[in-house]
Design a protein around this ligand. Sequence first.
Ligand SMILES: [Zn+2]
Length: 382
Amino acid sequence: MIKLYDENSYTSEFSARVTSCEECSEGYRIQLDRTAFFPTAGGQECDTGTLDGKEVLRVEIENDTIYHILKTPLAAGDEVLGKIDWQVRFRKMQHHSAEHIVSGLAHSLFGLENVGFHLSDKEVTIDYSGPMSAEELLLLERKANEAVHKNIKIIAEYPPEDMLCKIPYRSKLDLTENVRLVTIDGIDICACCAPHVKHTGEIGLIKLKDLMRHRGGVRLKMICGMDALFDYEEKLENVVRISVLLSAKQEETADSVERLLKELAEQKQKTAALSKQLAAAKAAQIAETDGCICVFENDFDTDSLRLLANEGKKKCRGMFVALSGSDDVGYSYIIASATVNLRDAAKEMNSVLHGRGGGREDMIQGFFGAKRAEIEEYFSTL
Ligand SMILES: [Zn+2]
């Protein structure tokens, strides 16, 4: 079986003969005498595309044999036309070549080993063996983009064994024979079976967008080429919106948000203080009674309702019931009392007023599903 992607990574259409077709749980496992489909290998997800117009679900490699998984069968001996989703494949080539640049530089600059790599349609992550600072990340990104600007040729070849032992290349496995080396002159030499772009300039912008700790080392998220452009477009759209909303210059939006949050925190403190005063004033106006008192206050938050209930319980022998809500959505309640054991009373009141909640003996908190009139009626009879 000839690996066409190995000879020329730019082959997107090819003809091939079906050499076997066997049933499997997902449909059919098909072998060809030649293929341009790169299988799932080395952290990279397989190519997508079609064989004779039929969708290739997956491509896998076992003992150097490549299997194409299709829903429908293809007849052994038939000549078929293979087509690869070129946009998807090219994007993978850009990201994989970028990974070699970044990992080669991380090795030469900081002595870090690449210990993990995942390249899918959605995300690219690279794991390194040790820590990396924010400054180092920035340096790595700049150096990687310089390598792009130099438009260095990327060569993939199988050096003879006597040559191989003299070449200092990076490799995750201890390989001895049939080693395919991908060389980016002055940047990196690494053992790799995947398709690459021909020149570093084809990668476009390399953006290292996230750095997090991972298993004693770090994990980087990377985007390149058009993906990086789309990401920039999305981020710019956000910054423009924030800048208009805050009437701030684009480069000063973060400072403006920080100021705004500080102001908001101050306002919240003021509001809380005023609410407390208001609750105390409301409670002072309430006439004393032997029974229960119900007060509906929709503008009060939980803290203010609690304060109102605490002040209000001094005005009655029964329960002081502070509520906020509406007949449509129900009512949140806080009930306080100086005489009644509210823990005991809660069960019956929640049952009658379709509610839930509980708390301490002298204060409970919860929710009534009943209407205002029903609630007032219930507490007036206690
Ligand atoms: Zn590679």
